[in-house]
Design a protein around this ligand. Sequence first.
Ligand code: NAD
Ligand code: MG
Length: 395
Amino acid sequence: MSSAPAPQRRRITILGSTGSIGCNTLDVMAHLGGSTAFEVPAITGMSNIELLAQQARTVGAGFAATADERRYNDLKSALSGSGIEIGAGPSALIEAAERDTDLLMAGIVGIAGLAPTLAAVAKGADIALANKECLVSAGDLFGAAMAIGGGRLLPVDSEHNAIFQVLDQHQRHAVERIILTASGGPVRNHTREQMARVTPESAANHPNWSMGLKISIDSASMFNKALEMIEARHLFNMRPEQIEVIVHPQSVVHSMVGYSDGSVLAQLGTPDMRTAIGYAISHPRRASLPVERLDLAKLARLDFIAPDETRFPALALARIAMQRGGLQGAALNGAKEAALDAFISGRIGFLEMADVVAMVMDRLDDGRGAGSIEDVYAADSEAREIAATLMRKSA
Ligand code: NAD
Ligand code: MG
């Protein structure tokens, strides 16, 4: 008697498995059947070797890589006897991304995620994209690479995932605008004078989503929303004027699409990244997930407030970057990273972050486009250097 062939497991590689997105992805996969449903060709992390090794053993990863070259031996001893192949450094990240897979979760934070994600794109894998910096800094390049690679691009950022859920692909001509919601963060009601005195600790105290320090501060300054406007432009092929932002303190409406008949379609849910991750990795099916259900009666109300761009200049900077195009997204992101580091270490104030970014963008506004990934990394470094020089001068 011959037994039926085992059903094929879906292959999912996770870049940045030790981060918030990575851990949530593994959690979603565990709920959707774990190793009976999924195979994990590769996972990557950086400094948390213990967690990386533990994850690799739990899911039986084929390959585990740390971005930090110096941690090769640590990872080797942590995985000794497991049979899991290991690697370290930037080339190991590329190797992880290039291993055969059905879908790659791009969960690395920052521009460091660009090269490995593009390597997976070139291999034709479907890409679940959390790493927004890929599109902010290299949107045109990324879009062209996706078209050649032939994989699907599945947004994970909650706002973009929401839009993806309600964007009718058969009615693209009828899409007038997309409306990104922003919580407004902990300084939403501050005056400019109060904002000038905000500390990294108070800025990071996000009311709805639990996230890392940097992304929480980016939410408070609305630089996160600025990045998301540029991300949305590239993901959904929108003109800058079609992208709106509305402050919505409850973070229940995750974003909306406005159509030519006046309809506005929204996706709602409790703030839990696992919904977006589950949707992206299960698409076109819907997963069954243990996230808290929305209790609308308990919620009672949803508020919407127009954003104040004099207090949140990051939004205007995103629009300028979109209008100028080329490498302005890379300039905005690189300068923002440098300014954010300076704010965290107490060298500049909360409001000065936007001033630095604006000056760097003007300095790099020379019409240059991104011909290659090297151009993007060069613009990113240049933006950081100019920002550092400006901040030294003003100190
Ligand atoms: P995180 O800091 O929690 O994790 C980042 C991951 O990337 C870790 O695995 C870390 O080891 C790895 N990493 C860090 N620096 C690296 C480097 N230089 N080279 C290679 N690997 C490196 O970040 P996160 O919150 O999981 O966010 C990941 C991405 O998803 C970001 O682009 C973020 O904007 C986006 N995102 C996150 C959330 C969220 O809820 N956390 C929501 C929407 C979008
Ligand atoms: Mg988001």
